[in-house]
Design a protein around this ligand. Structure first.
Ligand SMILES: [Fe+2]
Ligand SMILES: [Fe+2]
Length: 141
């Protein structure tokens, strides 16, 4: 889990800076390029020969959503590694609370509200149970 947390976005080093640091919303072509980064991370780490297969699976799946609407493979929760849902959630939380060139980081409360809003009967990016446990965990810190 720790190794996957550290290395999941390594593939972004292969994406042109122009796309990675783009401030304007991504056009469909740029978005398709970004979507390649989990597979690129997978390839780099696999070629290193230094990572357990579970780490490879977690980095490949770190943008898969609970309802199967994620990328690169659109795997629903039941077909993902059981820890993918944790990486998916804390990565999104980190993205929202971290500073970006185009905006300040959000407060933990504001970030959790956004994550909560992405769990609806229409679609679920995150596993509701994992989000509930994460909120509980943060409250104890
Ligand atoms: Fe990523
Ligand atoms: Fe990430």
């Amino acid at each position: 889990m720790g190794l996957a947390g550290l290395f999941h976005d390594l593939g972004m080093t292969q994406i042109p800076d122009k796309v990675v640091y783009q401030i304007e919303p991504l056009d469909p072509e740029a978005w398709e390029t970004i979507k390649k980064h989990p597979s690129l991370t997978y390839q780099i780490l696999k070629e290193s020969g230094a990572m357990p297969s579970e780490v490879l699976q977690l980095v490949l799946e770190h943008h898969e959503n609970a309802d199967g609407s994620g990328y690169p493979s659109g795997l629903p929760l039941g077909k993902q590694h059981p820890w993918t849902r944790i990486i998916r959630l804390v990565d999104a939380y980190d993205a929202l609370t971290g500073h970006r060139p185009f905006r300040q980081g959000l407060t933990p409360f504001a970030a959790l509200k956004i994550l909560q809003n992405q769990i609806s009967p229409k679609g679920q990016s995150f596993d509701p149970r994992t989000l509930k446990n994460f909120i509980r965990f943060l409250a104890l810190l």
